[in-house]
Design a protein around this ligand. Structure first.
Ligand code: C2O
Ligand code: CU
Ligand code: CU
Length: 506
């Protein structure tokens, strides 16, 4: 039993260990495997909604909580229908849904359905503020391929802090295709949602958020890893095949995920769809906001550890070297080079075998570059050095502009297919996210996307200096006034203004 005092002490030592690039996790020694994974993984409860006159209705209450992340220490948090994070909403393609979102957190907030194609009024972005005590009830039809989505606060200037405190949860969509596929689908048994996050704590056990300009420029990073709100968790696998729906729900960290014994697994889905076919690999990289589904064979002599490895080519490293910045600078910038052990997967002596993975998964829409009527450019820029110290203009911009709620940056014509060319001129990686649509990646630095990026996406990570072209169709919903957002999904960057607005016009 770890005492309150020693747990806090351990946390402080954890921070020190992190600064030197050591493995992080609770007590900063989770690489010493078996004994250091002490908390059973929590599986978020499912919320299936209730049918009312042909509409499936979900009730969500945003509330304050007191959560015990560390033994004997209560931390003030925020949650949805609970103290930290929220339930997993089960959605079906083609169903009409209504989400009754009641805010009781004591300050204004919003709730955004990340990745969903929906009318702008239902998006839950910075324009759909829910006052304290109020209920917001967007209604729309689920028009989505089966995949793993999430919802989170999108309050302008407050998104980073409110998500850090816990305002986020999963949405799992099923469709006609996923119904027929033989994939692990027993929620909590062989179909497991995993939100990977990091947090840091103050001496009194409270969550620690932004304490310097650096936390804004580099993004807020914690020194304690957690999965579904559990620190150093383990999961008891009963089946040989385990489907993990992994969400990078961190504010600013980039993960390069695999298993400690380097075993191969299959990636089966990206942000917004299943892949055309399973892709065998040993790594999947996820920037903040991105998701992937994988299926791993859990059998073997030892328990498995789901680990984030230091990137093979650290974020923007080559580009930075060209700019004359060395490794020290890289460390200082906290580019997420640490090794993080997230979850231990233990297995029973005899595992229930599962069917072989289907050879084909989803049928993806075809979108040829030649069908695009327009190419728009989005340049993600960070002004570093002395300029960032000068007050006034934000050093974090897209196309030279910081977010202005009263300015529409782009107008897209309803029904058009467009190419968005995204450029990252900064040395740090940035995940670019677009609301309303799912896109396909046309190319990355002129090369076709890697197999693990060939499904539908709503967020794409750009390393320093990279150029990515994506293609999407803007259909179904037009609104002459209410905009959708596009932004960097490093939440501190988004809050600082690395965000723009587009409307879809009929
Ligand atoms: Cu996940 Cu605009 O957000
Ligand atoms: Cu979104
Ligand atoms: Cu960014």
């Amino acid at each position: 039993m770890i005492s309150r005092r020693s747990a806090i002490k351990a946390l402080l030592f954890g921070s020190t260990a992190l600064a030197t690039g050591a493995t992080i996790g609770f007590l900063a020694n989770s690489s010493k495997a078996d004994t250091s994974f002490v908390n059973r993984l929590k599986i978020p409860p499912q919320l299936k909604g209730k049918m009312q006159n042909g509409v499936r209705v979900y009730d969500l209450r945003l509330q304050k909580g007191a959560t015990e992340f560390l033994p004997g220490i209560k931390t003030a948090t925020l949650g949805i229908n609970g103290g930290f994070l929220g339930p997993t909403l089960r959605l079906r393609n083609g169903e009409k849904i209504r989400l009754n979102v009641t805010n009781t957190i004591g300050e204004p907030t919003t709730l955004h359905w990340h990745g969903l194609h929906l009318p702008a009024r239902a998006d839950g972005g910075p324009h759909q503020v829910i006052a304290e005590g109020a209920t917001w009830s967007p209604e729309f039809e689920v028009k989505q391929m089966a995949a793993t989505f999430w919802y989170h606060s999108h309050m302008f200037h407050k998104t980073g802090e409110q998500v850090w405190k816990g305002l986020a949860g999963f949405m799992l969509v099923e469709d006609e295709t996923s119904d027929t596929l033989e994939l692990p689908r027993q929620y909590g048994v062989d179909d497991i949602p995993l939100v990977l996050q990091d947090r840091s704590f103050n001496r009194d056990g409270s969550l620690q958020y932004i304490s310097s300009m650096r936390d804004i420029m580099m993004g807020m990073k914690g020194d304690i890893a957690m999965v579904n709100g559990a620190v150093t968790p383990f999961f008891d696998a009963a089946t040989q095949k385990l489907r993990l729906r992994i969400l990078n729900g961190s504010n600013s960290r980039f993960f390069n995920l695999g298993f400690d014994d380097e075993r191969a697994f299959h990636q089966i889905a990206t942000d917004g769809s299943l892949l055309a076919k399973p892709f065998e690999t040993t790594r999947v990289s996820l920037g903040p906001g991105e998701r992937a589904e994988i299926v791993v064979d859990t059998s073997g002599a030892r328990p498995l550890v789901l680990r984030s490895f230091p990137p093979e080519a650290p974020g923007g490293m080559m580009n930075m070297m060209r700019r004359g910045m060395g490794r020290g600078m890289m460390n200082m910038m906290g580019g997420g080079i640490e090794q993080i052990d997230f979850l231990q997967i233990r297995h029973a002596a005899s595992l229930k075998p599962g069917p072989a993975l289907p050879a084909r998964l989803a049928t993806l829409p075809r979108m040829e570059a030649s069908s695009a009527v327009k190419t728009r450019r989005f340049v993600m820029e960070m002004r570093m050095g002395p300029a960032m110290m000068m007050g006034g203009a934000s050093p974090l911009t897209i196309n030279g502009k910081a977010m202005d709620m009263n300015r529409i940056d782009e107008v897209v014509k309803l029904g058009d297919t467009e190419i968005w060319q995204i450029e990252n001129t900064s040395p740090l990686p940035h995940p670019f996210h677009i609301h309303d649509i799912q896109f396909l990646i046309l190319d990355r630095n002129g090369q076709p996307p890697a197999p693990g990026e060939q499904g539908m996406k709503d967020t794409v990570t750009l390393q320093g200096g990279e150029v990515v072209r994506v293609i999407a169709r803007f259909e179904d919903y037009a609104d002459p006034e209410r905009p959708y957002m596009y932004h960097c999904h490093i939440l501190e960057h988004e809050d600082a203004g690395m965000m723009g607005q587009f409307i879809v016009k009929a």
